[in-house]
Design a protein around this ligand. Structure first.
Ligand code: SF4
Ligand code: SF4
Length: 103
């Protein structure tokens, strides 16, 4: 997993800084910076925490993603997981965060 930040969308709110269990983010000049990308284990907490769509990731070949881009947006308790393939194909999955630990 390769975390990417869209600096033009980042408001510097700090939500991802608080959410990352590895404390891998810093704020600099009101924009977030991923300090140690090599230490990221792909938990997706930062994608779920960002309300501005400023964080996305590439899914590598190791998990069958082959460069597919993943972003997550929140609507109330619903999380929309959106996958955009390199050829532009789009697929979306919606889950209710209240059921996250149900199965
Ligand atoms: S949560 Fe999103 S908008 Fe807020 S600091 Fe992180 S990347 Fe920027
Ligand atoms: S995916 Fe998880 S470990 Fe990686 S930067 Fe985001 S919150 Fe931190």
């Amino acid at each position: 997993m390769s975390i990417q930040i869209r600096k033009d969308l980042c408001t510097g709110c700090g939500a991802c800084v608080s959410a990352c269990p590895g404390s891998l983010f810093n704020l600099k000049d009101n924009k977030v910076v991923l300090r140690h990308p090599e230490d990221c284990w792909g938990c997706t907490a930062c994608l779920k925490a960002c309300a501005f769509g400023a964080i996305y990731t590439f899914l590598g070949a190791d998990i069958g993603g082959k460069g597919t881009e993943l972003s997550i947006s929140r609507e109330g308790t619903k999380l929309h997981w959106t996958f955009v393939k390199p050829n532009g194909g789009k697929h979306s999955i919606t889950v209710d965060a209240r059921n996250a630990n149900r199965y």
